[in-house]
Design a protein around this ligand. Sequence first.
Ligand code: PXL
Length: 278
Amino acid sequence: MSKEKILTVQDISCVGQCSLTVALPVISACGIETCVLPTAVLSTHTAFKPGWTFRDLTCDIQPISEHWSKENITFKAIYTGYLGSREQVDLILKLIDRHLEKDGATIVDPAMADGGVLYKGFPEDFPKDMARLCAVADVILPNITEACLMTGTAFRTEYDEKYILDLLSKLSELGCKKVVLTGVSFDPKKLGVAVYDCKSKKVEYYFNDKLPRMSHGTGDVYASAFVGAYMNGKSVYESASIAADFTVRTIEATMDDESHWYGVKFEKELPYLIDRLK
Ligand code: PXL
């Protein structure tokens, strides 16, 4: 992948350090022109207490795309995250058809669940729709919960390598080319990712020391750093490793501040990410 403009499709949570308020600064810091298509506007992300506003922008996608077609606007990559409705899946499939360059990449973070459960607001069968988007992706970046929901696998917190290999194999049957499965741990002291090539069935792991704190928004920090590195010509495995190291540092940068429970202070670590791309 080379440095040209990309499109990211996900929500704007006005407060909460996730989705577009993470993707835009992180990918831009990586030197990539980052265009946006907001799927919804929320006052905060949905891990805040109920009361957040939610404006669904499904109706805007088609007119925006039609205008882009008139302007011959295309992208080197399309990176999707949190969607505002199931109808957006078909609209995004059309968008990819119309606006992704021939040698471009589709990167799908099926951001919809964690800790064994769907995020508030998604219908129970939403993973089926998300799986249709994953089917056309060059790279998907699910966590274990999302992987389980899209493949009809029982979610487990304790497992062995066979469970992960089975999950990767089922994900590959969705139709994607590569999988970066996040939140993988075979040792209580380590946490990392499994990088899987769906054609060769080769799996590689990358682990960091597990931190005592889990944080909101790290999935978006991870996926955005992955896209930034990948668009700078790094391989999927290198991008997955750089994104993991960056994400760990953003959690470390936030750990001393209990009041900052809703996201991570990724801004402080952007120089580190930029440095890793040199
Ligand atoms: O970080 C994932 C995410 C994105 N967007 C919204 C969310 C969440 C997670 O809770 O609620 C609106």
